[in-house]
Design a protein around this ligand. Structure first.
Ligand SMILES: [Zn+2]
Ligand SMILES: [Zn+2]
Length: 302
């Protein structure tokens, strides 16, 4: 094994020292029920913050910033970025850039987090701890980098959860901080990560996409609609990911409500021929070097 290969392999190892805050937050969340027994009030607070985080990730970081699946004004765009940033999943540009790569190379060698190529734990959390994907993908997010407030949040986003946690502690003390921040954020992490890991392994495949994406009803409920991941890989640019009445998609419901009051508009939905999965719409296999074909959803997404 030559030196370059060793250095390259190093990039995939967990950065344990740098990951101490990430691990410490887990320990605090796990200890919380023993430190402060839950009350209905505290559980309600947890649920509210979890919902805000999930909406920030699903409607904001994913459907809006990564896929431009609907339109909104600059002020509400900032609100979406702030909610997503509250979830402490690195920055908005980092998130969207890597996610666009996930669609571009889905389950191929250059997919940042394929369970098919690299195993379940790599796709769930290993890729986040490794140095390989620390770097942002500026070439993928030029459309977002036009906004200085997004660039600022991408770089200094830690102030959002710190300010929120401080406010919780000042108003409700330690119980509010633990149940209103640590618990819901860790839950939102692993539910989000499950889309990268579980939703490419467990579930059904309605559409013959070039990857292993699955539709998974349990994940769809937990993630407010992201579990219809096979639909999403088939045609990525839609504001709804549940395409049939029985496919629960809470995020889309909330976006519909927001469109009624004019905060968002132009919610994209799949054309009938896409939902029907007609031959010819099915994307061809993506080549490993990324040079050959692009998936049909990606064409609409970027
Ligand atoms: Zn995926
Ligand atoms: Zn996506």
């Amino acid at each position: 094994m030559n030196r370059a290969t060793v250095i390259d392999a190093d990039l995939d190892r967990p950065q344990w020292v740098k990951s101490i805050p990430f691990l410490a937050v887990h320990l605090v969340a796990l200890a919380t029920p023993f430190l402060v027994p839950p009350t209905w009030r505290l559980l309600g607070l947890s649920l509210a913050v979890y919902s805000a985080c999930m909406f920030g990730i699903t409607a904001g970081f994913h459907r809006y910033f990564s896929h431009r699946a609907f339109r909104t004004g600059r002020a509400f765009q900032l609100v979406l970025a702030l909610l997503g940033t509250l979830s402490v999943q690195k920055g908005v540009l980092w998130w969207a850039g890597h996610h666009r790569d996930h669609h571009r190379y889905s389950d191929g060698d250059r997919d940042p987090h394929s369970p098919v190529k690299r195993g379940f734990w790599w796709s769930h959390v290993g890729w986040i701890l490794a140095a390989r994907h620390d770097r942002a993908r500026p070439e993928r997010v030029k459309d977002l980098a036009r906004f200085p407030e997004l660039v600022f949040l991408d770089r200094f986003g830690v102030i959002v959860p710190v300010a929120f946690g401080t406010a919780l502690a000042l108003v409700g003390g330690l119980p509010a901080l633990l149940w209103g921040f640590f618990v819901p954020v860790v839950l939102a992490w692993h539910v989000t990560f499950s889309i990268n890991s579980v939703a490419h392994v467990l579930g059904s495949r309605r559409y013959a996409t070039a990857d292993e994406s699955r539709n998974n009803a349990v994940l769809a409920i937990l993630t407010f609609g992201e579990g219809w991941h096979n639909n999403h890989h088939f045609y990525a640019s839609t504001a709804n990911q549940g395409w049939f009445w029985w496919e629960v998609d809470l995020t889309y419901g909330m976006l519909r409500l927001l469109s009624l009051v004019g905060l968002v508009s132009d919610l994209r939905t799949p054309p009938a021929h896409v939902r029907a999965g007609r031959p010819g719409v099915t994307p061809p296999r993506l080549e490993e070097d990324g040079a050959a074909t692009r998936q049909v959803g990606v064409e609409h997404a970027l």
